[in-house]
Design a protein around this ligand. Sequence first.
Ligand code: GLN
Length: 301
Amino acid sequence: MGQLLTNLNSQQLSHWLTEASQAANKGKLPNYIPLLQQTPPNLLAVCILPINHQINAQGDIDKTFPLMSIIKPFLLFYLLSQLGKEFIFNKVGRDPSNYPFNSLEQLQIDQGFPRNPMINSGAITLASLLLGKDGKTRCQNLQKWLNKQANCNLFLDEFMLNSVQSLPNIRNQSILQELVKQNQINEPEITLDTYNHICCLSGTIIDLARLGLLLVNCPSSLSQENCLIVREIMTTCGLYEASDTFAKKVGFPTKSGVSGAILSLVPEEGAIACYSPALDAEGNSISSLFIIQKIAQFLAS
Ligand code: GLN
């Protein structure tokens, strides 16, 4: 790479933010979570957090948002550290999928063995491995560990959780039934409740960048190998069907969530967190992808 993250100046970043907000005009908000559908689509925030350097954050930096699917790599990281890779990869695969993130068909093709932990079937299966008496306690265990390791301040957004639970999510329910049928999980209600809770862990763009830095600058108390495994799966599977095209264009580990957040990791350099609610057809934030691609082009220049 030609340029470093630390060489990126605030003026340049601010210019891309302006361009990105125009790019979002054609985007859509998710219609299956009412509170996400009511979010102003023009919100936009970005945070660049290089290792051992000052934060560069711009836009709606005080706005909190739910991580949604961005929790998936961190759920994987936590469980790898608790249970080890042999155990985990007996439960889920690590191969990309060309189907949407909530596809039942993919799970059926794979005979109930979730293809990877970045799609719903894999994350729901992993959520069943968290310990605790109920979804709330299980979520708190993950939340506490992440906040401690990443020095961030994730919290459970109860309003978002109520909103998630206010409409039946038929796709997640059928994934759950298939997992039960194939003997992959045995406590369906508590598992889905745990999954919904962890998707509603929320924070600001700075919290998200701090969380990302955990996987870039892995503390010596945690396994470097686990960090590499998670980054690799983010690279190949993090943007669902768009993963392959994006990996060819950008190449660094990235994960998106249906709230409009995207986290990208620049190995050995730092984390880039973006948030903007308007989504493209695959469910990835249009403005966030725009900004990350601009930064990737800058780094390669
Ligand atoms: N809670 C969301 C769902 O299961 C998360 C999905 C996402 O962010 N892509 O549908």
